[in-house]
Design a protein around this ligand. Structure first.
Ligand SMILES: [Zn+2]
Length: 206
């Protein structure tokens, strides 16, 4: 039965072709993969977005300010380097297309890469809809609004307070946890997520 909810993609309800890990399995180092969340997915919403998965992984690995002594971050950095330097890497090509190499007065070369907000939004839109599906066994049909707190200067204190609630989900919390809040401000539903104990993102469901 194609329209059976258990057989439909978490995002678009097309026929399921695989189970998608949320967040992607490659974010979790070996030994920190307890009860990973999976949802039914079509091809378009699983394998075709692997470039976005690599992009976010690389962003976290390189944006972190406290990488020393953090084995999870080091493992993330190593795996993002592997994706970057494998032969004919489509991922490297995509990143370098966004990058500019500048020469400082001292002669030092510095690579500047613009953050690709579109990829970040696509990634968190998929992830939050997948978590909603996992929690409620149905798709969310409305719009989402994504707040990328780790790229903001100031974050609303009411949103930050949500991260301190006791009701936290996720079995590998030093890699990823999330908190679901029904009704928050103008939103019908709100998911607060934290990666690697430092990268916070919230998604409001309208
Ligand atoms: Zn789909």
């Amino acid at each position: 039965m194609q329209n059976d909810k258990s057989n439909g993609c978490y995002f678009c309800n097309a026929k399921k072709t695989s189970m998608e890990h949320l967040p992607p399995k490659c974010f979790f180092p070996k030994g920190k993969r307890n009860n990973l969340i999976t949802v039914p997915s079509c091809d378009e919403h699983n394998s075709s977005k692997s470039m976005n998965d690599e992009y976010i992984k690389t962003l976290f690995a390189n944006a972190s300010e406290k990488i020393e002594n953090d084995s999870s971050l080091i493992s993330l950095l190593e795996s993002s380097h592997r994706a970057m330097f494998e032969r004919k890497s489509r991922f490297r090509h995509a990143i370098l297309n966004q990058a500019k190499i500048c020469i400082e007065p001292s002669g030092k070369e510095v690579v500047y890469a613009k953050v690709c907000i579109k990829r970040i939004h696509e990634f968190f839109n998929c992830l939050s809809r997948g978590l909603f599906f996992h929690q409620h066994k149905k798709r969310f049909e409305g719009k989402t609004k994504i707040h990328i707190h780790f790229l903001e200067k100031d974050t609303d204190q009411n949103i930050l307070n949500l991260f301190n609630q006791p009701d936290i989900s996720g079995d590998n919390r030093d890699i990823f946890y999330y908190i679901c809040t029904p009704q928050f401000g103008d939103y019908r539903y709100f998911i607060s997520m934290c990666f690697l104990n430092q990268f916070k993102v919230s998604v409001g469901f309208l």
